[in-house]
Design a protein around this ligand. Structure first.
Ligand SMILES: [Zn+2]
Length: 264
């Protein structure tokens, strides 16, 4: 079973004015910041994906993601191939919203430190992770693949894989997932190798880096994701399909590991 571990549902949007394509006046935001149930099912069919993990975009109307999470639950009720994760803002009723989402059947949690401007050392994040560990909910945290200006500014919310290490040690039973594979310095890789509860999700990473991560951590710690609508599941899947790995190893990455983490 092929499972895509990273998809957004709802409506996002930039804070600045979208740039329209000068000839067509096509607004790229129409492609990138909007995806509903039927859109994602179409893409899954095109890419041969059976189930997809879904969660809200980065924007929340009231800052708690309550309304946006409810759209996820409604969409997943309508389309049983979609699996619900909740998105939380640790700085705004994070624990309360998590408890509400657990009752509604959330299977996991998505967090984005830069969008909600919190650091991985924030005590309010620890409260959320404590519950996630008890409830056996995997937690997918956005990580940076491409070096960005935030890195240069030393922004605390800039999350490289090295910042996952203290969290993984504090919560050894928690399944922590580094979104977009993250940027791995050699020293980081050495440390992360021995921390078995950290996993790596592949969306928007370069295919060669997926192969390096599979070799360094073992294919059982790599999870296929597309980050749709920001990328297309067919494109992201091809990056795994072309790798010189065994069939069994690819099966783990493309769905076996997700199945194990989500108890499907
Ligand atoms: Zn994403």
């Amino acid at each position: 079973m092929i499972i895509d571990f990273h998809n957004h549902i709802g409506k996002g949007g930039r804070t600045d004015e979208p740039v329209k394509h000068p000839q067509t006046m096509f607004n790229p935001d129409e492609l990138l910041f909007k995806q509903f149930g039927k859109d994602i099912i179409e893409k899954m069919d095109a890419a041969g994906i059976e189930k997809s993990v879904t969660f809200p975009f980065g924007r929340s109307k009231d800052g708690t993601f309550r309304k946006e999470n409810d759209l996820i639950f409604d969409t997943c009720d309508e389309h049983p191939r979609l699996l619900a994760f909740c998105r939380l803002n640790p700085k705004n009723k994070g624990v309360g919203e998590l408890k509400r989402c657990i009752k509604k059947g959330a299977l996991g949690i998505k967090l984005h430190p830069r969008t909600q401007a919190f650091g991985l050392d924030d005590p309010r994040l620890y409260n959320i992770l404590h519950i996630a560990e008890e409830e056996r909910m995997p937690v997918l945290i956005h990580s940076e693949y491409i070096p960005s200006e935030e890195r240069l500014r030393g922004d605390v919310s800039f999350t490289t894989p090295v910042k996952f290490i203290p969290l993984a040690r504090q919560f050894p039973k928690l399944k922590l997932i580094v979104g977009h594979l993250g940027r791995h310095e050699d020293r980081t890789r050495e440390k992360l190798r021995n921390i078995p509860n950290v996993y790596f999700e592949t969306s928007t990473a370069v295919h060669a880096d997926i192969l390096i991560a599979a070799a360094a951590y073992g294919p059982e710690r790599i999870l296929f994701g597309s980050d749709s609508p920001f990328s297309h599941p067919s494109v992201e899947r091809m990056k795994i399909d072309i790798l010189p790995l065994d069939k069994d190893e690819k099966e783990l990455i493309l769905g076996g590991n997700a199945r194990r983490l989500l108890n499907l």
